[in-house]
Design a protein around this ligand. Structure first.
Ligand code: TYD
Ligand code: MG
Length: 454
């Protein structure tokens, strides 16, 4: 029987038996290529053919001590990890090339090493001399980090077994090469195999392993999504190249809350922690202008204020533009539809641009009302008062839903000098943070109160 070919998607790792231009699993284009399957030997017999060992079973109520954690002393990093690094955990740090992953992890390696953790940094991308030069520039040259420039995973694992570190950093997973797997470094099969080896090594030896994974747009090398399910924690390092802000976001964490963020600023001397992100995100705000609205959001456990900016202009196109940066395009379409259907405010024939200032990405539905406010303010050319924050979720019926952590949002707004808030009725406001509150129950009420009759 002719052996069946296997095709794998480099974005999500889905396999199929035939090539196609678009991956059916994740919808990416040009990411599918032929690869040898992981087990190229003869198919093994069914598991039932030979008896295994009995595994011990326990009760749900068995006492479990919280996992021991090591902190780096970098608050923004420790918080995103869920309160420090859990020993024996496997962590993936994904991000676009050039965003600052190597810089972040070199700083993290130095910080953990200075706290007494035995740390090894393995780079498959740069020569040791290059890394030493960077360390000197960042003022980290004296940190007791052991360094290697190597891509052969077998040699790396042998070295680690002898060295017995507590933390290993692998930069990057796409450059690593397991010689028992017959395909090129960076391919789905290699990335999967090396990540699996490293994760197993982490568990077996109780060593924390942090792997860097480049996000890739072309189908040439596999992206971090291929290994996301294997590791305990997935962090993404985000930001716009043109901006100095960088956000480390936990998208999966077996040892802490997901959605937690850490904010950094890329400076000439490496990444600096930003302890008050709201102040930073609002620092470029000028005079109150139409289309600008401050949203009081929650990222993980922390309130963060950001500015939404909208521009609405007559469109020469039969299909007007809907352009969004930092928010979900589908959600924008929904809000435009609700404004039209429930409030009779049409956006047909108008181009709509929506942007989150500072390069931040917002995923919270609580931003709905801030977006609606920005759109209306831009459309009516009517600025909102500069000292007002807005938040609330909009339902398809046009009703406003109270958001979680209302009190924390109000407190953060107060702290940054805001004096008024527009938020849905209902939900615990506590003292309201001392802000003057406008509390509509639906979108029509909101339009009436904020923009006159609408
Ligand atoms: P790097 O950490 O190499 O990115 P990645 O590993 O994600 O590919 O960072 C690359 C960029 O960071 C590079 O364009 C220069 C900038 N940078 C600074 O601005 N300041 C610094 O101190 C360092 C080390 C890098
Ligand atoms: Mg790098």
């Amino acid at each position: 029987m002719a052996k069946q070919k296997t095709f794998l998607c480099s974005a999500c790792g889905a396999s199929s038996t035939k090539w196609s231009g678009r991956c059916e699993a994740c919808g990416e284009w040009n990411t599918i290529s032929e690869e040898k399957p992981l087990s190229s030997g003869p198919a093994s017999k069914s598991l039932g053919a030979r008896r295994g060992h009995a595994v011990p079973l326990t009760d749900l109520s068995a006492e479990e001590a919280p996992p021991p954690r090591a902190t780096a002393g970098m608050d923004e990093l420790d918080r995103v990890l869920g309160g420090g690094l859990v020993s024996g955990s496997a962590i993936l740090v994904g991000g676009d090339p050039g965003i600052g992953k190597s810089t972040l992890l070199l700083q993290a390696a130095a910080a953990f090493a200075r706290q007494g953790l035995k740390t090894v940094y393995v780079s498959g991308e740069e020569a040791s001399a290059q890394i030493r030069m960077r360390a000197r520039r960042l003022g980290l040259a004296d940190a007791p980090v052991r360094l290697a420039a190597e891509t052969n995973l077998r040699d790396i694992l042998t070295t680690l077994e002898a060295e017995k570190p507590q933390l290993v950093i692998i930069d990057s997973i796409q450059t690593m090469w397991a010689d028992n797997v017959d395909s090129a470094p960076g391919s789905v099969t290699q990335v999967r195999a090396t990540a699996h080896e490293l994760t197993t090594f982490a568990k077996r030896n109780n060593v924390s392993v942090i792997m860097v994974g480049h996000v890739t747009k072309d189908g040439q090398i596999a992206g971090p999504r291929v290994v996301e399910h294997m590791v305990d924690t997935v962090l993404y390092f985000e930001g716009e190249r043109g901006h100095q802000f960088r956000i480390l976001r936990a998208v999966k964490n077996r040892f802490g809350p997901a959605d937690e963020i850490g904010v950094f600023e890329m400076t000439g001397a490496g990444l600096a922690e930003v302890t008050n992100p709201s102040a930073l995100f609002l620092s470029e705000r000028g005079q109150p202008s139409a289309g600008s609205v401050v949203f009081a959001g929650i990222e993980g456990t922390r309130p963060v204020l950001v500015e939404f900016q909208a521009l609405v202009a007559p469109s020469p196109l039969s299909q007007p533009r809907r352009t969004v940066v930092g928010w979900d395009g589908g959600r924008l379409a929904m809000i435009l539809a609700v404004l039209e259907a429930r409030c009779g405010i049409p956006f047909a024939g108008l181009d709509v641009y929506l942007n989150v200032a500072g390069g931040m990405k917002i995923g919270e539905p609580a931003a709905d009302l801030a977006v609606a406010a920005a759109l209306l303010s831009a459309r009516e050319d009517a600025p909102l008062p500069a000292d007002t924050v807005v938040f609330g979720e909009i339902s398809l019926s046009g009703a406003l839903r109270p958001t979680p952590q209302t009190e924390n949002r109000l407190k953060e707004a107060r702290k940054l000098g805001f004096t008024a808030a527009i938020a849905p009725a209902g939900g615990k406001t506590g003292s309201g943070g001392g802000l003057s509150l406008t509390r509509p129950t639906d979108l029509i009420g909101f339009v009436g109160e904020v923009f006159g009759a609408g």
